[in-house]
Ligand binder design. Structure first.
Ligand code: ZN
Length: 488
């Protein structure tokens, strides 16, 4: 995105993803969200003197899984460091993180609908700080803050992108794609509104005449972005704010700014620290993290099929790109569709039913895909009955609805309701001839060019067969009779 003044928008993200482990990163405290304040705590996560951290292996496993799915190289040797700073939510006075030997490096996230990708610089493991609850409207007007240490020590990964995004829309696509991939891995709850996934955005404007290192341009770090929409709005506001400063010949300060959802603006929080302000030093209580190549290979082999691969597979089977895009946005949806296909239903038909009536009914019954009365084998059987010509589309819809009400197999419903499509030409021909005789005026209208009259006659045939005629066959037979046959 190039602005009117020729400046180019440069955006990079740091995304924090809480890992879905049962216990914290260095102690056995539970991680469940929503516990009463300061009940999931112990001397280790409160940083009492003399306690020793013990690394949670499950967290390492989830972190490696995420890093591999994002195409990163895993460093078989990584280290933990102390990031020192003072803040009320940090009882130890430092956060255990990884500084110059991160867990993983050099991955990428494809931007959907474009041929571009955003490179990932690094992924490292670190622990959460506690949570401050501000007593008041917002951070700036709060009279006091309460500290909850339940979150302190929960494992997370920080995914640092290269500054490869060029517009707020790129940012939206990146987050969408990143969250979608992580959703297939079951490594995190990924709830931005609960804070289990947080995005800090670095944004700067590169003046048209700037030559040199992007790192030298003063950039603003945006925080307090609690939804993808907030990320986009915050970036849009910052672009306008920084462009106005540049146009006025004033410098953009390197600082951290918070996004205020209510006003849609950003407010200065503090001047931005450089890495050396944190006085990182190696964590003396933890040995280096050493992984075996064979173990990493095992984690890689156990990765599920990821959304880009699913989309490619759907395309091979003739599913339209926009439908595939909707399907792969939800792992449960794509797995259900695949299960229906595995039961013998053609992909495009299965997709058209699933994104239509099935989606409507699952939502109406508040059911995730694959749960409830509509199992993959039942839907596949229903589609086979349509395919064989035994049920019309309308009848199939009736059977589908009945499956939700009665929790029965489609064959049972067809049998009990006596549903059977009349596509037998001889049986239908007699009915068609009778309908033409009884509606001579309408038939004449059609012969003199009123195309609409045919629809009325088809309706009469459907009525005469109590909806059991196949409309396409009725239509063809009527047309043949009215035009003296041979209409192709
Ligand atoms: Zn603890």
């Amino acid at each position: 995105m190039i602005l009117d003044n020729g400046a180019e928008v440069i955006i990079g993200f740091e995304v924090h993803v809480e890992l879905k482990t049962a216990t914290k990163l260095f102690c056995p405290c539970p991680t469940a969200f929503g516990a009463a304040p300061n009940t999931s705590i112990c001397p280790v996560c409160l940083g009492h003197p003399g306690v020793l951290p013990a690394l949670n292996q499950g967290a390492v496993h989830l972190a490696v899984r995420a890093a591999l799915a994002l195409g990163c190289r895993i460093n078989l040797l990584s280290r933990f460091d102390r990031k020192n700073y003072f803040y009320a939510d940090l009882p130890k006075g430092y956060q255990i993180s990884q500084f110059d030997h991160p867990l993983a490096e050099r991955g990428a996230v494809a931007l959907p609908g474009t041929s571009r990708q955003v490179r990932i610089r690094r992924i490292h493991i670190e622990e959460e700080a506690g949570k401050l609850n501000h007593e008041g409207e917002n951070l700036w007007t709060a009279q006091s803050s309460l500290v909850d240490f339940n979150r302190a020590g929960i494992p997370l990964i920080e995914i640092v992108s290269e500054p490869d995004m060029r517009s707020p829309e790129d940012g939206r696509l990146y987050l969408h794609s990143l969250i979608r991939t992580l959703a297939y891995l079951d490594v995190s709850d990924l709830r931005m509104e609960e804070g289990s996934l947080r995005c800090d955005a670095n944004i700067s404007l590169k003046p048209a005449d700037f030559e040199g290192d992007l790192e030298d341009i003063p950039r603003v770090e945006l925080k307090n972005l609690n939804s993808i929409r907030s990320v986009v709005r915050g970036l849009e506001y910052e672009i306008e704010r920084q462009a106005a400063l540049l146009d006025a010949g004033r410098p953009v300060m390197r600082e951290t700014r918070g996004f205020d959802d209510a006003s849609g603006t950003t407010l200065s929080q503090r001047s931005k620290e450089a890495a050396n302000d944190y006085r990182y030093f190696p964590e003396p209580d933890l040995p280096p993290l050493m992984l075996e190549a064979a173990w990493v290979d095992g984690v890689r082999d156990a990765l599920p099929m990821l959304p880009d691969a699913w989309a490619a597979r759907m395309a091979e089977y003739g599913v339209r790109a926009q439908d595939a895009e909707v399907l792969v946005s939800d792992p449960a949806l794509v797995r259900f569709t695949d299960a229906v296909h595995a039961q013998g239903a053609p992909f495009p038909e299965a997709v058209s039913w699933i994104l239509g009536d099935v989606a409507r009914l699952q939502n109406a019954h508040h059911l995730p895909y694959g749960e409830g009365p509509l199992t993959a084998p039942r839907l596949a059987r229903l589609l086979a009955l349509v395919q064989d010509g035994r049920l019309s589309g309308r009848m199939a819809k009736e059977v589908l609805e009945a499956m939700y009400d009665n929790d029965q197999d489609p064959d049972v419903i067809v049998e009990t309701r006596g549903l059977r499509q009349v596509s037998d030409v001889q049986a239908l021909t007699a009915i068609v001839e009778r309908v033409i005789a009884e509606n001579a005026k309408v038939a004449e209208d059609f012969r003199t060019g009123k195309e609409k009259a045919l629809a009325y006659l088809v309706g009469q045939v459907m009525k005469a067969t109590r909806g059991q005629a196949e409309p396409a066959v009725a239509n063809r037979l009527l047309r043949e009779r009215l035009t003296g046959g041979g209409s192709q």
